[in-house]
Design a protein around this ligand. Structure first.
Ligand code: LLP
Length: 416
């Protein structure tokens, strides 16, 4: 059964309005179950820690918590979200290349299961903060494995010159001097090579590099229990695109992991939620300029920035209407934002559209709403969760007054 039946989408558009994100609970559950069965040969050997940045709606987090997921968070905000959703602090991996002191304190005070450390200075700061609280915090060192994930350059994080992680020799030097850092227990090694990775080899290489580091840490006397292999599994945004061969990746990485005798954490975001979400939008106007057919819709780059930011291609389709389908035409689907880059889909074939038609932008469940902004003082879209034929609003459309309310409170009176 189609996860997003047209009659439900029409009902949602009518009652909630557009633009609106719509997520399918069943698809999220299926995606999570597939990852667990493919990536974890046995539940006791590791955990899926969902990467909250992909879609941080509380109801989505609650759903994943109920399914047994842990969480990868990168800010106080994400930490507080997962705790609100019901996660135990021990289920949380607190990551991020630039954690402020208040964020380290929040992670320590909450009792985060892991803090992933990305620089020698951060390890120092964290150890001092933990000591001051009489705590020993479990940490993983994020290493820079210098592996090319063959993805968009904005999504590669594990190449030698990227800002992420610690150079391997530096990480080993920290492990050798671990007695200088009594507030931390370095029990893990973390790698994340990038996003939209569709090949086995980069994961195999990253695992090999990380396991080699683990061997060397152990030679230095450290107790390494855990390898965090990150996320980044690619999904097919178009039928002709590849997707990450997750089963083959697991087959390649597990034999050496088993030999090393470590637990494994994976941090997928997109692979759990991308195809479980669509952006529902309504056609405002159609017109032709210089031979280009434009369809102006009510969702813009502030709602879904991926096409403008990465040249990402999302499928677009028409929610069926009562009147007969006419012939097709090639159109660019553009948003209302005052930027030439506000193009949601370029040169796509769609039935000839009319004002008021409903369009669906596919694979918008990951990095859609979580990257939305208020640019052009536009309220962020509503979010709806479908379950079979039933649906419910899981975040109402932002009230327009909420966009300026904090400024009204401290309005600068230039003339007084
Ligand atoms: N772990 C770490 C350390 C990460 O930095 C990320 C994503 C993930 C896990 C989850 O990656 P995933 O499985 O979702 O690919 N905004 C971009 C993607 C940037 C991802 C940033 N980090 C997009 O719209 O495609």
């Amino acid at each position: 059964m189609d996860a997003f039946p047209d009659y439900s989408l029409r009902e949602v558009a009518q009652q909630v309005g557009t633009p609106c994100y719509v997520y399918d609970r069943g698809r999220i559950e299926q995606n999570y179950a597939r990852l667990v069965s493919a990536l974890l040969p046995h539940p006791s050997v590791g955990r899926i820690c969902y990467s909250v940045k992909a879609n941080s709606n509380l109801s989505v987090l609650r759903l994943l918590h109920n399914l047994g997921a842990g969480f990868d968070v990168v800010s106080i905000g994400e930490l507080r979200r997962v705790l609100l959703a019901g996660a135990a602090p021990a289920d949380v991996v607190f990551a991020g290349v630039g954690k402020r002191e208040d964020e380290l304190i929040a992670a320590l005070d909450a009792g985060a299961g892991w803090i992933n450390v990305e620089s020698p200075q951060e390890l120092h700061a964290l150890s001092d903060l933990a000591c001051a609280r009489g705590r020993v915090q479990q940490v993983a060192l994020r290493i820079n494995p210098n592996v090319d994930p063959h993805t968009h350059r904005h999504m590669a994080t594990g190449t030698g010159t990227s800002k992420f992680g610690i150079e391997i020799e530096q990480a080993l030097a920290l492990v050798a001097r671990r007695n200088d850092y009594p507030g931390v227990a370095i029990n893990g090694i973390h790698v994340h090579i990038g996003s939209m990775v569709n090949e086995v080899a980069p994961y195999e290489d990253a695992a090999r590099v990380a396991l080699d580091v683990i061997t060397r840490c152990r030679e230095l006397g450290a107790t390494i229990t855990t390898l965090n292999l990150g996320g980044g599994f690619g999904v097919a945004y178009r039928p002709d695109q590849p997707e990450a061969p997750i089963e083959a990746i697991a087959e390649a990485v597990w034999p050496p992991i088993r030999r090393a005798g470590v637990q494994v954490l994976f941090e997928p975001g997109r692979a759990i939620v991308a195809d479980a979400g669509v952006l529902l939008t309504r056609v405002l106007y159609t017109k032709a300029n210089g031979g280009v057919n434009y369809v102006v819709v009510d969702a813009g780059m502030n709602d879904l920035i991926r096409p403008a930011l990465y040249g990402a291609v999302h499928g677009v389709s028409l929610v069926s209407r009562v009147s007969e389908m006419s012939e097709v035409s090639r159109v660019s689907v553009v948003g209302p934002v005052c930027e030439s880059g506000d193009v949601l889909a370029e040169g796509v074939l769609l039935p000839v559209l009319q004002r008021g038609d409903l369009l669906v932008i596919h694979h918008a469940g990951a990095y859609g709403m979580s990257m939305a902004s208020n640019y052009n003082t536009r309220p962020r879209a509503a979010e709806v969760l479908l379950q079979g034929d039933a649906w419910r609003v899981i975040r109402p459309r932002e009230a327009i007054e909420a966009l300026w309310a904090p400024e009204v409170e401290c309005l600068y009176q230039a003339d007084s």
